[in-house]
Write a protein that binds this ligand. Structure first.
Ligand code: BG6
Length: 475
C-alpha cells in the first residue's frame, strides 16, 4: 500500500468522455475538434458506419439529471473529460465563458450530490486546426499548446477538482490514429508516428504534472493508461524477446515515462534494430520526466495481450462492424510479436476477448513493476447490443455477468494487498462509441437517442448500486 489516499473512501463511479457524451458540438462559441471533423466531413471514407457524434448523448443539456441519477445509484465519484475546444475555441488564446461556465456547473453539481469529480484534461479530442497546421501530436508544438490549455483547466477548476488525469490512453489513441487508422488522423501502419506521438504525449503530460506540483495544487494528478498484461503463449520460441518487445509496445513506454520518469532502456535499441528514426528520443527529456512523475496510475482495463513470435509482415485487424464481421481485434508486428489466439476464448461481438481475470493480473503486474503508486481502475466495461423492452428498460444480464467477475477480481486484488483505490465503470450511461455510434453500448443507464435522449436505468444500474452498498471501503 502507498501512503497516498486519493479519497476518504474507495471510489465507486462511472466514466464518460467529453466528445462521446456532451453533444452540443457547435453551441455557443465551441471550436472545431478532430472528432467534429470526423463527424462532419462529407463522404468521409473513414467514417465507415456513417455515424455522427454531434449530439452524442446530449450530456451538455442533461448533466444535472445525469449526475443526480448517478448519486441515486450510490456513486461517490464521477469521471469525465474536458473538451479543449469548448474551453479554448481556437485551441490557443481566448477562453470561452460559456464553456467554462458549463464545466463549473458540472463540477458544482457533482459536489452538491457528493460525487468526487475525477477530471481528465484530454480524452482524444484536439483542435482540428492543430491537426491541419502541423499534424497534431506528431509535432512537438502541440506539447506547449496542450500545456497552455491544461494550465487554463487547473486555473479555472483546480480549486474544486482534487483528482486529475492529464491524458486518456495516449498509447491507444496513437494506435487507433496511426496504426489501425480507424480514428483521426487515419494513418495506417505508420509505426514511426505511433512511437513519436506516444512519446510527445508523455512529455506533455509530464509538463503538466510538474506544473501542478510546483504550483501546489491541492489533490492528486495521474494519467490513464490502457493496460493489458502481456502473456506469452507456451509454444513461443523466444519468449524473452517476444515479451520485452510486446511489453514495450503495450505498456512500458507509457508507464516507465510517467511513473519512473525514464525513457525505457530498450526503446532506442529496439527501434534502431527495426530501422526506425530515433531522433525524436531526447535523453535530456528525462529531467522533465523525473519532475513530472504522476501521483497515481489510472488503468483502463478491458483485456490482455496474448503474444507469440512474429511470423511475417505487419497486419492490423479490427472489427468495426460488430456481429456482421468475424474480424478480431489483433496485430502482428513484423519482427516483434504476433497476437495469437489462446484456447477457449470468449469474445464480444466486436472481436475483443472477454477475460475478466485480466483486471487482477493487470493490477498485480503494475503494482509489482511500479511499486508505490495507488491504482484507480478508471475504466472497465462490457459492450453489447442492448435490447430494451417497450418501456425502454434493458435487462442486461450479459453485461452484469461479465462486470460481476471484473469487480470480484478488483476486490480480490484489494484483499490480496494491492493498492486499488477506485473502480469506474465504462460507461456511467450510454455514450457514443467512437466508430460504432449508438450501436455499441456500455452504459448502466440507457440513453434513447430517438426519444429526446431519455435516460432509463438498466438492470445493471441496480446491480451496481447493490455492489456499491455492500462494498463501502474506507481508504
Ligand atoms: C476506451 C476509451 O479505450 O474504450 C473510451 O477510453 C472508449 O473512450 C472505450 O469508448 C470503449 O471503446 P469503444 O471503441 O468500444 O467505444
Amino acid at each position: 500500500m502507498s501512503n497516498v489516499k486519493l479519497n476518504d473512501k474507495f471510489m465507486w463511479g462511472g466514466a464518460i468522455a467529453a466528445y462521446q457524451a456532451e453533444g452540443g458540438w457547435n453551441v455557443d462559441d465551441k471550436g472545431y475538434s478532430n472528432w467534429d471533423h470526423f463527424s462532419n466531413s462529407d463522404n468521409n471514407p473513414f467514417n465507415i458506419n456513417n455515424v455522427s457524434g454531434n449530439d452524442a448523448t446530449d450530456f451538455y443539456h442533461h448533466y444535472k439529471e445525469d449526475i443526480k441519477l448517478l448519486a441515486e445509484g450510490g456513486h461517490n465519484s464521477f469521471r469525465f473529460s474536458l473538451s479543449w475546444t469548448r474551453i479554448i475555441p481556437e485551441g490557443v488564446g481566448k477562453r470561452s465563458a460559456a464553456g467554462i461556465a458549463f464545466y463549473n456547473d458540472v463540477i458544482n453539481t457533482c459536489l452538491k450530490y457528493g460525487l468526487e469529480p475525477n477530471v481528465t484534461i484530454h480524452h482524444y479530442d484536439i483542435p482540428q486546426k492543430f491537426e491541419d497546421e502541423f499534424g497534431g501530436w506528431k509535432d512537438k508544438r502541440l506539447i506547449d499548446y496542450y500545456f497552455d490549455y491544461a494550465k487554463v483547466c487547473l486555473e479555472e477548476f483546480g480549486d474544486r477538482v482534487k483528482l486529475w488525469t492529464t491524458l486518456n490512453e495516449p498509447r491507444f489513441y496513437s494506435y487507433c490514429g496511426y496504426v489501425m487508422g480507424n480514428w483521426p488522423p487515419h494513418k495506417h501502419k505508420d509505426l514511426q508516428s505511433y512511437w513519436e506521438t506516444v512519446y510527445n504525449q508523455l512529455i506533455a503530460s509530464a509538463k503538466v504534472v510538474k506544473y501542478f506540483k510546483e504550483n501546489n495544487y491541492e489533490g492528486y494528478i495521474g494519467i490513464v493508461h490502457d493496460h493489458g498484461t502481456v502473456e506469452v503463449s507456451p509454444e513461443t520460441r523466444d519468449k524473452e524477446y517476444v515479451y520485452n518487445h510486446a511489453e514495450l509496445f503495450f505498456n512500458s513506454l507509457v508507464l516507465d515515462m510517467c511513473a519512473k520518469g525514464k525513457i525505457p532502456t530498450n526503446l532506442e535499441k529496439f527501434l534502431k534494430e527495426s530501422g526506425y528514426d530515433t531522433s525524436f528520443i531526447n535523453y535530456q527529456d528525462e529531467n522533465l520526466l523525473k519532475e513530472g512523475i504522476v501521483d497515481f496510475l489510472g488503468i483502463n482495463s478491458y483485456q490482455r495481450f496474448y503474444v507469440t513470435d512474429s511470423t511475417g509482415e505487419t497486419i492490423v485487424t479490427h472489427n468495426n462492424t460488430g456481429k456482421k464481421s468475424n474480424e478480431k481485434e489483433s496485430i502482428k508486428l513484423k519482427d516483434w510479436f504476433d497476437i495469437t489466439e489462446p484456447e477457449h476464448v470468449s469474445r464480444n461481438f466486436w472481436g475483443r476477448e472477454v477475460y475478466p481475470e485480466a483486471i487482477y493480473k493487470g493490477i498485480k503486474d503494475v503494482s509489482e513493476k511500479y511499486p508505490g503508486f495507488p491504482i484507480v481502475i478508471t475504466e472497465n466495461g462490457h459492450a453489447v447490443y442492448d435490447t430494451p423492452d417497450e418501456t425502454g428498460y434493458v435487462e442486461d444480464d450479459d453485461r452484469i455477468e461479465v462486470l460481476q467477475q471484473f469487480v470480484d477480481y478488483v476486490l480480490k486484488a484489494r484483499d490480496d494487498g494491492y493498492d486499488v483505490q477506485g473502480y469506474f465503470v465504462w460507461s456511467a450511461f450510454d455514450v457514443w462509441s467512437w466508430v460504432n455510434g449508438y450501436v455499441k453500448r456500455y452504459g448502466l443507464i440507457r440513453v434513447d437517442e430517438n426519444d429526446n435522449f431519455k435516460r432509463i436505468p438498466k438492470k445493471s444500474f441496480y446491480w451496481f448500486k447493490d455492489i456499491i452498498k455492500t462494498n463501502q471501503i474506507t481508504l
